[in-house]
Design a protein around this ligand. Structure first.
Ligand code: MSP
Length: 651
């Protein structure tokens, strides 16, 4: 038993997160759960990277303050992690005092020891990526990462002496083959960045204010990467409180997407060297989940929303797909069809069916009681060997972070178990009255399922417990622990099973076709529409202007409670309302002053469009729009027919 410290990147709360972000976090969660199951003292850190010009601009566009803006997005991120049952131990926000103060201390220390110095900077800057580029690094004159325009920026800045540590870093990378994984990324770092020579890094800015002030020169704010990377140690209390640092540092794995490997394997280790701290054991750069049409991004409008997917297919189906589908480290194409296929084949047919048929036979041939096994034959031994080997395979893959192979190894065991049933043919043994053999086979079926439940606990969060319960076992599979839990022979004979509903009902594709795709990419929606038009009669005249269901699904309609209402001076048609949508409060401006008195509105429920771009009406900020019906003369507000919690979604 050891310790295991794993981190995800801290996410930019510039927008709601999408399935690509969920991918990293679910993978980190599986690794953390695996190590906990093994008894390792585990610390799993995630969080948000909240400073910088991009966030400041975004908040300005939305007519709000950066802090209010990030607070809202971060709340949504935490809700997403709770929906996906991400088992993090700490969530660090770079706007928290504990982080800000420690970053200031780190900055001052590096300055005092001469590793940070002040100079003038002129360079090509990509605002969305918050990165300076050299002319030669641009692709067609544009940012090599995001392809957008760069701007020439000139300012006084503080610089961190990366160059001073370049040789030490090169030596470290070469003598620690595990440090950068997969190996292809290591070669890329050496050849593309280290060999051409490192330039000192700009670590402060004066052109925006949304950041941590440099303590001894507060017109500067600390520039993002120094602020962001240090989260991995400030969350552990560095500098100042050593308790967690001593226990968990250095990190065992920093899990990051491939585009930020560079920051984690060059800037970060050099910062740590300058601070005299040990380097992380491993930085693993995983690939991206992309769509058939290319990279997923909010600006392209083609993001896939994990909440929609979980609501539609269930949490474990989505987790399974994310962990199983793409070899960890490579890019993978996300598709909803592939997700459905995985549910129907792996989860419903193979796993679900193994459980269902095993329990049905235990019920039918032994009154629902798991019998004690008798003498073993080669067929049984063969399955037992496969089950025992499976644990070792999963362990090896989780060490190597080949997570999808670990899941595949478990599913291979499930396949072997199904084959075992076919070959052992309990129905024939029953018919022949061969009780001893039948009992051995029924026991083996139950026992392999018990092992599968334990083995699945790092990856799936609901299913292992459901299998456990249907097997009639006490407690939870995770409590069995790794060594004990996957040791063959632990099933208590005499247990009464409790067959329940199928754990993964098949997804009927015809039905799903009518539902909105979880992605909103116009091209894909169009393709789906074209495909549908082939099957459905073409729309008649007058159908022009129809919208697809997914276009409608983009409108976030919510129930809101009116907390306060007042007239707006000089605008006799407008009322200003303060409304509440669940935990969030907003202000709306509505043209209903001629129909409603402010005092009659307070305390009532209305329907609002919650994801409308904020606008100013007569100089007053309006964050949404209420719904009302009008026949030209009368106007009436739309309201729920019965009281319902504010924030409720209107579907
Ligand atoms: N804030 C920085 C990280 C600082 S870490 C000290 C950042 N944030 S991010 O929100 O833009 O991205 C966070 C992570 O999400 C990255 O590792 C990125 O690779 C990952 N992903 C974003 N889109 C993704 C996919 N489509 N697929 C897989 N991972 C994706 O970078």
């Amino acid at each position: 038993m050891g310790k295991f410290y794993i981190t995800t990147p801290i996410y930019y709360p510039s927008d709601n997160l999408h399935i690509g972000h969920a991918y990293t976090t679910v993978a980190a969660d599986a690794l953390a759960r695996y190590h906990r199951l093994r008894g390792d003292e585990t610390y799993f850190l995630t969080g948000t990277d909240e400073h910088g010009q991009k966030i400041q601009r975004k908040a300005e566009e939305m007519g709000t303050t950066p802090q209010a803006y990030v607070d809202r997005i971060v709340k949504g991120i935490k809700e997403l992690w709770s929906l996906l049952q991400i088992s993090y131990d700490d969530f660090i926000r770079t706007t928290e005092k504990r982080h800000e103060e420690r970053v200031q201390e780190i900055f001052t220390r590096l300055y005092e020891q001469g590793d940070i110095y002040k100079n003038e900077y002129e360079g090509l800057y990509c605002t969305p990526c918050e990165t300076f580029w050299l002319e030669r690094q641009l692709v067609d004159g544009k940012c090599p990462d995001c392809g957008r325009e760069v701007e020439m920026v000139r300012e006084e800045s503080y610089f961190f002496r990366l160059s001073k540590y370049a040789d030490r870093l090169m030596e470290y990378i070469e003598t620690h083959p595990d440090f950068i994984q997969p190996v292809s990324r290591k070669n890329e770092m050496i050849n593309n960045f280290l060999k051409p020579g490192l330039e000192d890094l700009c670590v402060s800015r004066t052109t925006f204010s949304w950041g941590i002030p440099v303590p001894f020169d507060p017109k500067h704010v600390v520039y993002v990467w120094l602020d962001a990377l240090t989260n991995y140690i400030t969350a552990l209390g560095y500098p100042g409180d050593n308790t967690l640092m001593e226990k968990f540092w250095p990190a065992d794995v920093h899990l990051v997407g491939k585009e930020i490997v560079r920051f984690h394997t060059i800037i970060w280790p050099i910062l740590l060297m300058a601070l005299g701290l040990p380097l992380p054991k491993k930085v693993f750069g995983h690939g991206w989940l992309i769509l058939e049409g290319g990279k997923m991004s909010k600006s392209k409008g083609n993001v896939v929303d994990p909440v929609t997917l979980v609501n539609r297919y269930g949490l474990d189906a989505v987790r399974y797909y994310l962990l199983r589908e793409v070899p960890f480290g490579s890019d993978g194409v996300y598709s909803e069809d592939a997700l459905i296929l995985r549910i129907n084949t792996d989860l419903a047919n193979d796993l679900g069916n193994l459980l269902h048929r095993s329990l049905s036979m235990i019920e039918k041939f032994n009154g629902g009681v798991v019998p004690a096994p008798g003498a073993l034959v080669e067929l049984d031994r063969d399955l037992i060997r496969a089950a025992e080997a499976c644990g070792a395979k999963v362990a090896q893959h989780m060490e190597e972070l080949t997570i999808s192979d670990a899941v595949m190894a478990i599913m291979d065991l499930v396949g072997r178990a199904n084959k075992y049933i076919d070959e052992a043919a309990p129905w024939a043994l029953n018919k022949a009255g061969n009780r001893e053999r039948l009992e051995t086979v029924l026991y083996t079926m139950a026992e392999v399922l018990r092992l599968v439940a334990v083995l699945l606990t790092p990856f799936l969060v609901e299913t292992p417990g459901r299998i456990w319960e249907q097997l009639g076992l006490d407690g939870k599979p995770v409590d069995a622990g790794w060594d004990q839990g996957i040791r063959w022979g632990g099933f208590p004979a005499g247990t009464k099973v409790k067959k329940g509903d199928p754990i993964f009902p098949r997804i009927e594709v015809e039905k799903e076709d009518q539902a909105a795709p979880a992605k909103t990419e116009p091209a894909q929606a169009q393709q789906a529409q074209q495909a549908k038009e082939k099957a459905v009669p073409a729309p008649q005249d007058g159908a022009a202007g129809l919208i697809a269901i997914d276009e409608f699904a983009r409108i976030d309609l919510r129930i809101a409670k009116v907390l306060a209402a007042e007239k707006i001076e000089g605008a006799d048609k407008l009322l200003k309302l303060q409304i509440r949508l669940g935990e969030e409060e907003r202000q709306l401006v509505a043209g209903i002053a001629q129909y409603y008195r402010p005092e009659d509105l307070v305390g009532t429920e209305i329907v609002v469009v919650a994801n409308l771009k904020p606008a100013k009406l007569r100089g007053v900020l309006s964050q949404g729009m209420l719904l009302a019906a009008s026949d030209g003369e009368k106007l009436t507000l739309l309201r729920p027919e019965q009281p319902i919690k504010d924030g409720a979604k209107v579907r």
